[in-house]
Design a protein around this ligand. Structure first.
Ligand code: JCF
Length: 682
């Protein structure tokens, strides 16, 4: 049990001494660390953990003599090391034999049974095989004293300063009776998410990306500066033991894992004892089908004869035990020849270099396209048509080209250039100085961007065309019925009812919705155009400043930069957008088909709600929150989230929240939704 420190304080006659308090805090923090990182079941919120940690840090600062090696403050406390020391493992670290097919697996099982002279099914401990780096942890009298890489199996490198940063590795073993010494063996790995983030950061800062999670984990362990290791968010699963002294040994491998788990080490929850070859095969298939949804990479499963007396009888061949085998999944990485590099145009017009490959079977599927992310990444990797490349497909992630096999580069291989014009629509390709991405400036005109642009155009906060959803837009574009947003306003019920899943009733409803959307506001219209980085706030600023579309379209860069919320990048985006003839044509067509907005008095000045602050609560009848907000802002008022003395009106609907009672207690004016509508509509 963990002492409740608050209780402890109250119970004692007076305050605990700094040394008592430090011990309480250490125990408590280590307990919560264990709940969070090992059991994955935190008991207290992060802020409370941080508070406790800071309290301990403070005590240790004032009383440095109270710092202990297992203090949670000591995980990253170490200075960078100058180099790695060699360490001798107490027991050698073993490797595993491999099986790639069912036959090889059943050969293994047959060899085991033949050697033991046993006919019936053997019980195996089955576990996922983590794709990380093996480490050995030495605990002396329960205290973590050393961490080491596998090295050649007999000698590894000392990496204690780095394993201490891994939160799922306990600095002290739990439990009453701790062994005098115990080598814990396990795998350090990085999650798929951690790996993606690491590579994203590397890409953003122009550094080399990691080829796979295993390299990222192994590299993390070999940092001289533990602060860099800590940044990689490495994790750990224990899978066995090495040398040990003063431990009562269980008689099964599953017993060892239970013992490790009870000592506070993290054990894979997927481990299972299975029976015979059928059990092994079943486990393999279950894990394989879960492979993509696991948060980390695995490259197969491991089977170990569970009974330790059998293990002893089976012994070893060279470094690999006869009692264990790794049954591998199809590889995630393969080599193939890159035929060509093409540029694909994405949602925002971003040009993504895509590798066209000689088809190759990797990660369980045939891959013939792989992403190269962006032009900088392409340059950094220096991938050229004709190159032999390493392709990686992990989980559901898009296959990517990881590296070039330079030794196989044809003499005449030339790098590809970024196209000056969009390969889809021919518009100019622009690249902002600070951005890694190059983009097609074609906007609404570019077919590749069209669907996304239409989705945005019709969306609730833009033109708000109810019923014009994603699937329907796909159909409309694919059938050629809609090319630009203006075409939406040419659709009639008859045409629409010819589409999939479109009855006469929903067709009629959609036609109504389209007609209703014609009356809009200038900010909504500007936002709907989907000019890069012109969100709702910027659209409002632009509309407030110009109140007339023609003047905005003709505004110079210098003029635009002067406007609130408009920086040089947004100003340039606005200019580029209106300079494209196609965009002007679409806008004209929209206006010709009847899209209009009632003239807005500049910034709503002089209107009745000028300077008034509103708070909305509950479900308003006959309007959405957004509509109410728009009504208020249209007349110069402001909507805020919380009630204070400065609030002028609180508008409430059905099931109002605490804001209504707060308004009452502060004496703020209160309007029902109906009163509000009357109030704003004359
Ligand atoms: O998850 C692993 N990569 C893994 C490696 C799991 C194991 O149970 C292992 C291992 C390497 C050697 N067991 C041994 C004996």
């Amino acid at each position: 049990m963990i002492p409740n420190h608050r209780g402890a304080i109250d119970d004692m006659a007076g305050k605990p001494s700094p040394s008592q308090r430090a011990r309480q805090l250490r125990e408590e923090l280590n307990f919560h660390n264990y709940r969070y990182y090992v059991l994955d079941d935190p008991e207290i919120p992060d802020v409370e953990y941080d508070r406790l940690l800071r309290e301990l840090q403070k005590i240790e600062e004032d009383h440095p003599e109270l710092v202990t090696p297992d203090s949670p403050t000591q995980r990253i406390g170490h200075e960078p090391v100058a180099g790695f020391e060699e360490v001798q493992h107490l027991e050698p670290m073993l490797s595993l034999g491999n099986a790639f097919t069912r036959e090889e697996l059943s050969d293994f099982d047959r060899r085991v049974r033949d050697r033991l002279g046993i006919d019936e099914a053997i019980e195996y401990m089955a576990e996922p095989k983590m794709d990380g780096a093996a480490v050995s942890l030495l605990y002396t009298n329960g205290l973590l004293v050393r961490g080491a890489t596998r090295g050649d199996g007999a000698t590894g490198e000392e990496i204690t300063h780095n394993v201490r940063t891994i939160k799922s590795i306990p600095l002290r073993l739990r439990g009453e009776s701790v062994p005098e010494s115990l080598e814990v063996r396990g795998e350090v790995y990085i999650s798929k998410e951690g790996f993606e983030k690491l590579n994203e950061q590397a890409r953003e800062s122009g550094n080399k990306t990691f080829v796979n999670p295993r390299n990222a984990a192994a590299g993390g362990l070999r940092q001289l500066d533990p602060r860099l290791t800590a940044k990689r968010r490495l994790e750990f699963f224990a899978y066995g033991i090495g040398g040990h002294d003063g431990v009562e040994m269980p008689d099964r491998h599953s017993g060892i894992l239970k013992m490790l788990g009870d000592s506070g080490l993290r054990i894979s929850p997927l481990n299972e004892v299975v029976s015979g070859i059928a059990g092994c095969q079943g486990f393999y298939e279950r894990i394989q089908s879960d492979r993509d949804s696991l948060p980390y990479e695995i490259d197969g499963v491991v089977f170990k004869v569970d009974r330790l007396d059998y293990q002893a009888r089976l012994g070893f061949v060279s470094r690999a035990p006869r009692w264990a085998i790794a049954y591998k999944f199809p590889a995630h990485e393969e080599m193939t020849v890159l035929r060509d590099i093409e540029f694909q145009v994405g949602r925002t017009g971003a040009l993504t270099p895509v590798a066209r490959l000689e088809p190759v079977f990797v990660g369980g599927v045939t891959v013939s396209n792989a992403t190269l992310h962006n032009i900088d990444e392409l340059r950094r990797k220096d991938v050229r048509p004709g190159d032999t490349v390493v392709v990686r497909r992990a989980g559901d992630v898009i296959p990517e080209v990881v590296s070039v096999v330079l030794g196989r580069r044809p003499k005449d291989a030339k790098p590809v250039e970024l196209p000056k014009e969009c390969p889809i629509c021919g518009s100019q390709v622009v690249r902002e100085a600070e951005e890694a991405v190059a983009r097609c400036s074609g906007g609404l005109f570019c077919p590749a961007q069209r669907k996304e642009a239409l989705r945005h155009f019709a969306s609730r906060r833009a033109m708000d065309i109810e019923g014009l959803g994603s699937k329907l837009i796909d159909q409309l574009v694919d059938s050629g019925l809609v090319g630009t947003p203006a075409d939406i306003f040419t659709l009639d019920a008859e045409t629409l009812s010819g589409l999939e899943r479109m009855g006469p009733k929903s067709a009629a409803n959609l036609v109504d919705a389209i007609a209703r959307s014609k009356q809009t506001t200038l900010p909504r219209f500007l936002y709907a155009l989907g000019i890069r980085e012109v969100g709702e706030v910027t659209a409002k600023s632009l509309a407030t400043h110009y109140s007339d579309l023609e003047r905005l379209a003709a505004a110079s860069l210098e003029e635009l930069k002067e406007i609130d919320d408009v920086g040089p990048i947004v100003a340039a985006n606005v200019r580029t957008f209106f300079e494209q003839v196609h965009n002007r044509e679409v806008i004209d067509a929209l206006l010709n088909s009847g899209v209009f907005w009632p003239m807005q008095s500049a910034s709503g000045k002089g209107s009745r709600l000028e300077g008034k602050t509103f708070v909305l609560t509950g479900t308003l009848e006959g309007m959405t929150r957004d509509e109410a907000k728009e009504l208020i802002e249209h007349q110069g008022g402001r909507v805020t989230g919380s009630v204070s003395r400065k609030t002028d009106y609180v508008v409430y609907g059905k099931d109002p929240g605490s804001k209504l009672s707060k308004a009452r207690s502060l004496g703020v004016a209160i309007l029902s939704d109906k009163q509000f509508l009357r109030f704003v509509s004359h």
